[in-house]
Design a protein. Sequence first.
Length: 246
Amino acid sequence: MTKLNGKTALVTGASRGIGAGIAKRLAADGASVAITYTKGADAAAAVVKEIEQAGGKAIAIQADAADAKAAVAAVEKTVAAFGRLDILVNNAGTAIPKPFEETTLEDMNRVIDINLRGVFVTTQAALKHLPDGGRIITIGSSVGERVMTPGLVAYSATKGAVKMFSQGLAREVGPRGITVNTVQPGPIDTDLNPAAGDWATPQIATTSLKRYGRVDDIAAMVAFVAGPEASYITGANLTVDGGTNA
Ligand code: NDP
């Protein structure tokens, strides 16, 4: 598949999990891909190697989404490496699951800084480079619309916020043909949310399909939204959650 030939994508937080799956899929579709990470230099290098071995182009950039300067620098490094930026995927995110009354100000700041502030800063930097027809895709969460399990108050607040961020921004950049969408995963088997264990059981129960999803389920939706067939989809919240919010 080569529908993204000649395009460049930046995927934040893509050394593991959903981001790594998205990066590999966009590369398979023909895009040159930059990925960011914080600590996992070896894992990020392995993603780059896998893309290169499959005939694609990729680079890894260390950039904490909570660090505004690093986030902006990641955008600039992507453009310096590949000469353009067409697709931004705001994927970097974290959760600190615990009851709200035990959630510290530090916990709240952390999830806001990565999940929301990081999206603001990275998107603003990317918009300086995105051409007409560019794509901004943010990984929200099914809990940005409905929360089925306790312990996710701060996290779900940030995911609800990025949903409205996308809707608001869609109105501003639509005249340039730039689309802005949120992809909202349900439970997806990653290090952040493993499909086995005590925390998984209530999440499986809330899905209609009675199972976790895979990273590739999210990558497929992102690839579609990034591609030419999705040019009339903007301001949308595209939920891929096994029917959790059905
Ligand atoms: P993982 O924790 O499995 O992977 C996170 C990735 O992001 C790693 O590559 C990690 O790199 C990187 N990362 C973490 N913190 C930062 C940061 N501050 N700046 C830049 N990169 C960072 O997460 P998932 O793949 O599960 O989640 C990806 C996104 O999907 C998140 O936005 C999450 O909220 C969302 N999501 C996930 C769901 C799930 O069930 N898994 C459900 C709904 C939404 P490093 O190792 O170097 O830190």
